[in-house]
Design a protein around this ligand. Structure first.
Ligand SMILES: [Fe+2]
Length: 446
């Protein structure tokens, strides 16, 4: 059994109002990210790993036009000449700056034109009868798509040189001292994935029963302080802790610490959105690859959780036998639950957010940092591609590892207990950290 979402119960008028609010709120975030820098910075490629910000902006509009204006609305193309430029499958990020992209003024005009057509459409589009529009799914998919690009643009901001351009309040710093380092999750079946969330994407579907054995999970994500112990113990120089692929990557790159860190002789510093600051020991570590996470876990005598273990810890409520929407229950994420939505531009210290605790006692499963899991990105039993193969299906396979839980840069609309992100195991510029799991030792079993 899984809990159902309030969205599923909204009448048509309330659903339209909800979509309008989400679209407006999301666009405000895109505006902050693209107005915080000048036109030169918008056009510039800050890293070959990323698109110029102006590409992301027009691509957001392009996808919105394709799915909403053209598909749902049946209207002709606004700019058929630019479709190819903003098709992510046609051009790699590294090649995008060479394309004849729309400039900042044109890109802003284009996304505004698309949006005004979408608001017209929202007033009259039927929101039932066709799967793409049931519960306003296509609108929800476009909100999530824009929010995902807002997180990508935030990662571009982190890669950008120069003084700080973004501001935000610090996250809550109250932490519960004396939390146990690990929580125990008893074995047994639970419902993984969803068939009930109206805006869940194809890869989260369908809900299905999965048996998970007893395991222990770290109560919080691994902190910078704990990670420093791995560095100080020579973890980056000891192939024992690394997979073959991870060690080859370590050798090829010469990496010695998380991305954006350096040692100034006495202490570790980091650059965070233009601020240079000492690495805060109590915060979850961020900007580590899957390979580093896996090596740390091996050094610590543990392992990364499987995706099913992560989701069971985050959703399973032993009191009811049901899977919750979020660790804290079925309510939408609020500021008391989790560090999401770019409200703060850093993770909160480990042990924060008592309001977000899961039934098993784990903290900060949602928000703060994406968490690497041990699992390859694969379809659930009964998967069917929707609305197109390129959303998820073409990425299934051993090349990508699943990340769970969202980061401080992820919006609540694009983050659920069932939400699956995936990336290459070498990826470091994303807001990813991890926590460890372990199988009970023999003496703990009886
Ligand atoms: Fe996209």
């Amino acid at each position: 059994m899984e809990s159902t979402r309030k969205l599923a119960d909204l009448g048509i008028a309330d659903l339209r109002a909800h979509v309008a609010e989400e679209l407006a709120r999301t666009r405000q975030r895109s505006a902050v990210l693209t107005e915080a820098v000048d036109d030169g910075d918008l056009i510039k490629q800050h890293s070959p790993l990323m698109s110029p910000l102006v590409w992301d902006l027009a691509h957001i509009g392009s996808q919105e036009e394709l799915w909403l204006v053209r598909d749902v609305g049946g209207a002709p193309a606004i700019r058929p000449d630019i479709d190819d430029l903003y098709d992510a499958f046609q051009h790699s990020r590294a090649d995008r700056p060479q394309l004849p992209l729309l400039g900042p003024v044109e890109a802003r005009e284009y996304v505004a034109t698309v949006r005004s057509k979408v608001f017209d459409l929202l007033d009259r589009a039927p929101l039932e009868g066709r799967r793409l529009v049931e519960h306003a799914f296509a609108f929800g998919m476009i909100v999530q798509h824009e929010q995902q690009h807002d997180e990508t643009m935030l990662a571009t901001h982190q890669l950008r040189d120069g003084p700080p351009a973004l501001t935000a309040d610090p996250p809550p710093s109250d932490v519960d001292a004396g939390l146990p380092p690990e929580v125990f999750v008893p074995g047994g079946p639970f419902t993984m994935g969803t068939s009930a969330e109206p805006w869940a994407l194809d890869n989260e579907r369908p809900a299905h029963r999965v048996h998970v054995e007893d395991f222990y999970l770290d109560t919080t994500p691994v902190t910078n302080g704990a990670y420093l112990a791995f560095i100080d113990a020579g973890g980056y120089d000891d192939p024992r802790w690394w997979s073959d692929g991870g060690w080859a990557y370590r050798q090829r790159t010469g990496m010695r610490a998380p991305r954006f860190w350096w040692h100034d002789g006495e202490r570790w510093l980091r650059r965070r959105f233009g601020h240079v600051e000492p690495v805060p020991p109590g915060e979850p570590v961020v900007h580590v690859s899957f390979h580093e996470a896996e090596a740390y876990a091996a050094w610590a005598g543990k392992r990364l959780p499987t995706e099913a273990e992560w989701e069971k810890a985050a959703r399973f409520d032993p009191a009811t036998g049901r899977s919750r929407r979020y660790p804290w229950g079925d309510d939408e994420p609020g500021p008391e639950h989790a560090n999401l939505s770019q409200r703060h531009l850093r993770p909160a210290p480990a042990g924060a957010y008592p309001g977000g605790v899961a039934p098993c006692g784990a903290r900060q499963l949602i928000g703060d940092v994406w968490e690497w899991t041990a699992t390859d990105f694969a379809p659930y039993p009964g998967f069917s591609a929707f609305p197109y193969r390129e959303y998820s299906e073409v990425f299934f396979g051993p090349d990508y590892k699943v990340l769970r839980g969202g980061s401080f840069g992820t919006d609540a609309a694009a983050c659920r207990g069932t939400f699956r992100n995936w990336d290459y195991p070498i990826r470091r510029q994303i807001f990813a950290g991890f926590r460890c799991a372990r199988t009970p030792r023999r003496e703990e079993r009886d």
